[in-house]
Ligand binder design. Structure first.
Ligand code: HMG
Length: 382
């Protein structure tokens, strides 16, 4: 039985900052951002947007085309948790009006947990083939101002419906996994921004790429030439190029840049969306010029700390007719541009407390976060 991604959709934020504005304001050569990091702009949330509103937007579009009564689980992957106890997916479940007979859980392991959720969903469907699982990866990458990570910020959500006999991508059994206890990037409970060992994080990412690949080979006996296109987690798109080159060097083969090029189109503009980043790469690859029907994709998912996985999927015949995320370029184009000063003002005005507050009404997305009453987060349809 084939199991995999039957449908998928995305959402991002109301605002955008162009990295040219940041370069000018900070006196940095824009080439450092465009070529050095491979980033052009990043999504910035409005005060009434968060991981729940982005997730609900992506999922509501996806469910408008599918039968929600088949959904048996909602798995919400994020490292931008809004509560230490209640899963963010429960808010989404409520906003979408899903049936009560649903299991809803939050997954966390830095950027990797979207893939953990996806594999859990595949395993559920293997046991209960009539069921479908809604997997949502949603994150806001918010770094300290003037830190190395600031130009790599971003935000976005990808919702995926996992089912038997999928229309888009069959997830193949047997992946390569790799865990190593490393402090490259972490966010303690009392900090709204992460602590980052930048250079260590690049090395940890590349060690994990090779470790997960070697485990995939040991497990499956796969050859690098069996893979048609590679998609890597993209904290900034240059990272995918570095990992791709490292893999080629490790194996002593040529791996052309064309094997990853199309997967980077959206991430250059969204910025790092942590758990969603790999899946924005998947949407971009599927919407590229290449006919991928019957072809194998190799996906590398990395989460600092670190846990990673190299897995593969076969693109299904007719997938292009089932790709409805044709709103991506349009929603990126329609974001409202902030000046650098406006962006910094919003960044500094971030409210992380659960004291009573009412958010400024800004977003025109389908759902908004309206504030906090008696420590309870309030959401409403727009
Ligand atoms: P930095 O100090 O800003 O940059 O830190 P740099 O000085 O190393 O320069 C970056 C690149 O720009 C270099 O290229 C420069 O040569 C080049 P490279 O040597 O790497 O090929 N450059 C230029 N190119 C063209 N024209 C110019 C120019 N000037 C310089 N004028 C760093 C970069 C990545 C460390 C920083 O952005 C950072 O700390 N980012 C956050 C951490 C991160 O993203 N790490 C990636 C791996 S960890 C990961 O992926 C997990 C993560 O997503 C979190 C999670 O799992 O939850 C982050």
């Amino acid at each position: 039985m084939k199991i995999g991604i039957h449908d998928l959709d995305v959402a991002t934020t109301h605002f955008v900052l162009k990295l040219d504005s940041m370069a000018e304001a900070l006196g940095v050569d824009p080439g450092k951002y465009h070529m050095g990091l491979g980033q052009d702009e990043f999504s910035v949330p409005a005060p009434d947007e968060d991981v729940v509103t982005m997730a609900a937007e992506a999922a509501t579009r996806l469910l408008s085309r599918n039968d929600a009564s088949k959904i048996r689980m909602v798995l919400f992957a994020t490292e931008t948790g809004i509560d230490q106890s209640k899963a963010a997916g429960v808010f989404v479940h409520g906003l979408l009006g899903l049936p009560n007979a649903v299991r809803t859980v939050e997954f966390k392991q830095a950027c990797y947990s979207g893939t953990a959720a996806l594999q859990t969903a595949v395993n559920h469907v293997a046991r209960y083939p009539e069921d479908q699982v809604l997997v949502i990866a949603s994150d806001i990458a918010r770094y300290a101002v003037d830190s190395g990570g600031e130009p790599t910020q971003g935000a976005g959500a990808v919702a995926m419906l996992i089912a038997a006999d999928p229309s888009i991508l069959e997830i193949e059994p047997d992946s390569g996994v790799y865990t190593a206890d490393v402090n490259d990037f972490w966010r303690p409970n009392d900090s709204s921004t992460p602590f980052v060992e930048g250079k260590l994080s690049l090395d940890a990412y590349m060690d994990a790429t090779l470790g997960a690949w070697d485990d995939l080979v040991a497990r499956r006996g796969i050859e690098i030439s069996d893979i048609h296109r590679f998609l890597h987690h993209q904290p900034f798109t240059k990272m995918a190029r570095k990992a791709h080159a490292k893999l080629a060097e490790h194996l002593g083969v040529e791996l052309g840049a064309d094997l990853i090029e199309e997967s980077m189109t959206y991430n250059r503009r969204v910025g790092n969306s942590y758990t969603a980043s790999l899946y924005f790469g998947l949407v971009a690859q599927l919407q590229g010029n290449d006919d991928l029907a019957g072809k194998r994709l190799g996906l590398f998912s990395y989460g600092s700390g670190s846990v990673s996985e190299f897995f593969t999927g076969i693109v299904q015949p007719g997938y292009a007719e089932h790709l409805h995320a044709d709103n991506v370029a349009e929603s990126l184009d329609s974001r409202v541009e902030l000046s650098f000063e406006e962006y910094r003002e919003r960044h500094n005005a971030y409210v992380g407390s659960s004291d009573n507050n009412e958010t400024e009404k800004v977003t025109d997305a389908p759902f908004r976060f309206s504030g906090v009453i008696d420590h309870v987060r309030q959401y409403e349809a727009n």
